[in-house]
Design a protein. Structure first.
Length: 387
């Protein structure tokens, strides 16, 4: 009998999500990870491209991060006063991402986006939020299908289509003076168009709403400053997480100082937001990110992977529609859902963990040989499923 309700506490790690099914031959639980490799409960080794759902960009167990968190743990982890490290990490983040003038730390991306929305409502005195992308599981951003969410809460959230400037303008204007914020992911399967970004910025300025960039997946990957740096976006608030602490639980909401001053007008607080292990991990990660030029490495290797996926899509066109995403976060788009699961299973049987949906991620720990071998395994897996 499984004692964890629903098999695992992270929904995207369920066997049904990863492989479309469960089976004795599949890796269901892991025991350790290192670099870009993981080992399951049976001791089998896998090359990994899920990288903790994008939370790890410099490799599992990176020595610099390991040393930093060990020192932080030895010094006590938490205490009754704000740690010096909190201000130090905040200052380094603001230097690396200049459009963050002040930040507030939390533990998860879902918390941090909810905090950004709370700030927007305080500033504007309005309630309605428009969103584009996945912003977590909390009540405020669930659609009509979300069971357990009050109808009155669902009514305060509506969606904006990605990369459709005309419809985005129409929906923002229709919201009128009820609109508190527009929250968006910079990348949803493809890069944003300049026209779409311009509409979001122009219309939120016109209406007095707050523009919030959800950079949970993209920060420290597309660039140190994420999609905002890559595409020249300047929102009012930015939410960052995942790769900023290389797998340790830390997220942050930040932005212009005048916008962040709204924290004094509401209550945003978490007991463990200032535990020092994750803060130490973030400082070490940011140091490696800048010194090793990690986003440049990710783009170079990701381009190699993405080109290979394009070749595989053409070779196995009966199974695969296209290579989708960006080089830094890509995947194969399958023509049939069950077949995508069979390919993922065939890859796992050959020692490769490769996600069948958005997204797969390269890291500093991957190299060209690893990418090339992964493409060979994918080719073998696709051929075996096709036959």
């Amino acid at each position: 009998m499984d004692r964890v309700a629903g098999i695992t506490s992270t929904g995207s790690k369920r066997p049904a999500a990863l492989f479309g099914a469960a089976g004795e031959s599949l890796p269901l639980r892991m025991t350790r990870s290192s670099g870009c490799r993981v080992w399951d409960a049976e001791g089998r080794e896998y090359v990994d491209f899920l990288m903790a759902l994008g939370a790890v960009a410099i490799g599992y167990g990176h020595p610099a991060v390991t040393r930093a968190v060990a020192e932080a743990a030895e010094q006590g982890v938490v205490g009754p006063l704000p740690p010096v490290l909190e201000e130090a990490v905040a200052a380094e983040l603001c230097r690396a991402i200049p459009w963050l003038e002040r930040v507030r730390f939390l533990k998860t991306g879902a918390e941090a986006v909810a905090a950004a929305v709370r700030l927007a409502r305080v500033i504007t005195g309005r309630d309605l939020v428009l969103g584009c992308g996945y912003h977590g599981w909390l009540d405020w951003c669930q659609t009509a299908e979300g069971r357990g969410v009050p109808a009155s809460t669902r009514a305060l959230y509506r969606e904006v289509p990605f990369n459709d400037p005309g419809r985005a303008r129409e929906r923002i204007r229709a919201a009128g003076d009820r609109l508190a914020a527009v929250v968006f992911e910079p990348v949803i399967l493809e890069a944003p168009t300049p026209e779409w970004i311009a509409v979001l910025r122009e219309e939120t300025l016109r209406s007095g709403a707050i523009l919030i960039a959800d950079e949970i997946k993209t920060v420290c990957r597309l660039a140190v400053g994420g999609g905002c740096e890559r595409f020249g976006i300047r929102p009012d608030l930015v939410v960052i997480g995942k790769a900023i602490a290389n797998g340790f639980p830390l997220a942050s909401v930040g932005g212009r100082a005048d916008v962040m001053d709204a924290v004094s007008g509401t209550w945003i607080s978490s007991t463990l937001a200032t535990e020092t292990v994750s803060l130490a991990a973030a400082r070490a990660t940011l140091g490696v990110m800048i010194e090793a030029r990690v986003p440049t490495h990710i783009t170079k290797l990701g381009t190699r992977l993405w080109a290979g996926l394009g070749t595989l899509a053409a070779r196995h066109e009966r199974l695969v529609a296209r290579a989708a995403g960006l080089p830094e976060m890509c995947f194969l788009e399958y023509r049939d859902e069950p077949q995508s699961g069979r390919v993922a299973v065939a890859c796992a049987e050959r020692g490769l963990l490769f996600k069948r949906h958005a997204y797969n991620f390269v890291s500093l720990a991957h190299d060209e040989a690893t990418v090339d071998r992964a493409l060979e395994i994918l080719d073998e897996a696709l051929a075996s499923v096709r036959s």
